[in-house]
Ligand binder design. Sequence first.
Ligand code: GRF
Length: 216
Amino acid sequence: MHFFAQIYKLCATDNNKFNMSTIHIAILASGSGSNAENIFNYFSERKDVEISLIISNKAGAYVHKRAERLGVPSLTMSKQDLEDSDKILEVFKTFQIDFVILAGYLLRVPKGLIQAYLNRILNIHPALLPKFGGKGMYGDKVHMAVVEAGEKESGITIHYVNENYDEGDIVFQSKCSVLENDTPEEVASKVHALEYKYFPSVIDSIIKKEFGLVNN
Ligand code: GRF
C-alpha cells in the first residue's frame, strides 16, 4: 500500500489524533463540462474528497461558467503551458492536487505529469475502446464513426491515462445499444446517460483504492 494510503488510514481511524486530510481533485475539460458538474455534485457532500480545481485550454469553454456557479476555482491555460509538465505541476502543487480527471479534455497529457501522477489520472472516452479511439476521435466524431460503421452497440470507457491517446489501462466499460436508425445525436445521448450514471462512482472507487479511504 502506498505510504499515503497508510497515513490516510491512520487519520481515518482516529480523527482526533491525526489531522485528516482531503483528497483534492483537478478536472481538465475543454468544452461544456457537464461531466465535471456531475462529478462535482456527486462529491459535494463529502468531506474526504473535493473538486478543488478545473482547468481548461479554452477561455470560452462553458465549463468555466459551471465552475463559477459551483464555486470551484477555474483556470485557463494555453496549449503550450498544458504541454509543459513543470507548469502544470506547479499549479497542482499550489492547489495540493492528488488526483486528476479528464472529462472532455482534448489535449495530450505530457509525460512528466503522467509520471508524477502515476495511476492518478483517469479519462472517459465516449465509445468502447479500443475501437473508435485515438487522436482526432472525440465528441461527435466518435458517435458519427460508430453509426457509420454500423455498430450494434457503443458505450463508455474509463481508463488510466498514458502517453498515447485512449490507450491507458481500462478500468471500466458500460454498453448501450445502437439501433439501426439511431442518429449520432441519439447515440451521444445514450452515451452521456452512461457517463453521468457511472463516471463519478468509478472515480470514487478508484480513489478509495488508491488512497485507502475508509469513510465518507
Ligand atoms: C463526453 O462525452 C466525454 O466522454 C468526452 O467528451 C464529452 C464531454 O462532455 N470525452 P462534457 O464537456 O462533459 O459535457
